[in-house]
Design a protein around this ligand. Structure first.
Ligand code: F6P
Length: 323
């Protein structure tokens, strides 16, 4: 089985970018070790703090953030970084080629129940037209990502990565400590009979998504004429990993739950990297009105509605918003 670095070299990835990816993955191995140790690692449970978005921080959120941040700031390829757990951007090495954004621990509510969680990351070329410490470094459309990936800490630790080409899947070989290529190119089937949405939010949904989901639930008795099944991981990485593996549609639509927060998922370090991975695996990733990868960000913690997965099913869902 092929190791990560030779595979990236074969893909023609710049050496500097390979070094940066390896730094993120070195941090991911430390996180994986702590996750595997569970309660023995002493990092389950919550801290007394909240992050910038008013969410309770888990101890593992804080530890994972610190690990990735420290390792990235030691890496001379990083001009600036942004994290879900940092209020604003953190400046790195002047004139370095890249900027990195990450969600250190996605799906934190799964930490204490031994469920799947993950680290999501994205890399862009640094901008020379704005200062190093300006949040505008990150005001770049998702289609300009030079690398997107996540590490899923599940029964196996898996890395899913694209550097612009196919979305490849690697598995951490704990005996040797390296990521080995296990799927050359993920390919999402365009049709599906499986959907993922938090149905508890139904009363806050807008008419379009209410009707779409109602039609899925009607199954073979309704206008879709086929039966659908539902799966919800409560960690976007877990749901998207299932979809990358066997197809499906993931929806976190806008809703009326909180007037100050019309959508839940973050564009920079959740929606964009996962959208790139889905699109490069022949899937489709949209908001309710257009492609996620076309959005010009105006805030590093900006939130967007997300509909992604099997191409034909995503298009069917979007048609409800066009009627
Ligand atoms: O904040 C991100 C996240 O944890 C996603 O990983 C996940 O899909 C979603 O929130 C879970 O939301 P809910 O709490 O509504 O199930």
């Amino acid at each position: 089985m092929q190791r990560l670095t030779p595979r990236l070299r074969k893909d023609g990835v710049d050496l500097e970018l390979i070094m940066l990816i390896r730094t993120i993955l070195a941090a991911s191995k430390e996180i994986a070790f702590r996750v595997n140790q569970g309660a023995l690692s002493g990092i389950l449970g919550s801290t007394l703090d909240e992050n910038i978005q008013g969410e309770t921080q888990k101890k593992l959120d804080v530890v994972a953030n610190q690990l990735i941040k420290d390792m990235l700031l030691d890496n001379e390829q990083v001009r600036a970084l942004a994290s879900e757990e940092e209020d604003t951007i953190v400046a790195g090495t002047e004139n370095a080629p890249y900027i990195v954004a990450f969600d250190p621990l996605d799906g934190s509510s799964n930490i204490d129940i031994n469920g799947s969680i993950g680290t999501i990351f994205t890399i862009y070329n640094a901008r020379n037209d704005v200062p190093n410490d300006s949040p505008e470094q990150f005001h770049q459309r998702g289609k300009y990502q030079v690398c997107a990936g996540y590490v899923l800490y599940g029964p196996a630790t898996m890395l899913v990565l694209s550097t612009g080409g196919p979305t490849r899947c690697y598995t951490l070989d704990a005996t040797h400590g390296g990521y080995l290529l296990t799927t050359e190119a993920l390919d999402i089937p365009s049709e599906t009979q499986e959907y993922a949405i938090n149905g508890a939010n139904q009363r806050f949904w807008h008419t379009e998504i209410k009707q779409y989901i109602a039609d899925l639930i009607q199954g073979e008795e309704g206008i879709r004429g086929k039966r659908f099944n539902m799966r919800w991981n409560a960690a976007m990485v877990g749901d998207v990993h299932r979809i990358l593996t066997r197809g499906g549609i993931f929806c976190y639509p806008s809703d009326t739950k909180d007037p100050n927060q019309p959508a839940k998922l973050r564009l920079l370090y959740e929606a964009n990297p996962l959208a790139m991975l889905v699109e490069n695996a022949n899937g489709k990733a949209c908001t309710e009105t257009g492609d996620i990868l076309d959005i010009l960000p105006h805030d590093i913690h900006q939130r967007v509605p997300v509909i992604m997965g099997s191409r034909n099913e995503v298009e069917t869902c979007l048609n409800y918003y066009k009627q």
